[in-house]
Design a protein around this ligand. Sequence first.
Ligand SMILES: [Zn+2]
Length: 202
Amino acid sequence: MADHEHDHSHDVGDHDHADDHDENDGQEVEREARRLLALSRIRQYGDTALRMKAREVDSFDDDLERLVERMTALMHEANGVGLAATQVGVLRRLFVFVDGGEDRVLVNPSVTQTSKETEVDDEGCLSLRDVLVPVERPTSVTIEGLDARGEPVKLELELPSSRIVQHELDHLDGVLIIDRTDDESRRTALARLRPQPVLGAR
Ligand SMILES: [Zn+2]
């Protein structure tokens, strides 16, 4: 599973509930509203940005830090575990992801080692709502890049983080999970995607 929904136990705080739901219902409704709002800010299938190759980041400034903060917040609000810059329409090579409960960012990433061992598992994507398709990936990878300040980062990752970073790196090259699945799963996914309105499109 990559950046599809999973069950964060977010604390939505002490909000007022001016309705007659009990508190849990109210929190549930609010979380769902925030998730849908976040998804509306993420480019959805059909948007050309998702098919473009992102360019290297060359300046590590306040703008980059703000972008990383915005992407990290959006990822969590959408209940995702990874988000690439192309998914918010920024054609630069960076993504954020959750690694063992910790938020991470990788700028100008490249995979420098992969295991021979692979695994097939269902993946979803914040840009392909309601789609889950089987994707085969190496189970462990070494990925290198930079952090938001331009300092070198090298991570040796196992599942599930190894799968997440491969999924996000694909986004930076305009590659989506439907490109990596089998023909039948692709057909089913495309049939599901076609009648949907394209949210977040320009
Ligand atoms: Zn994705």
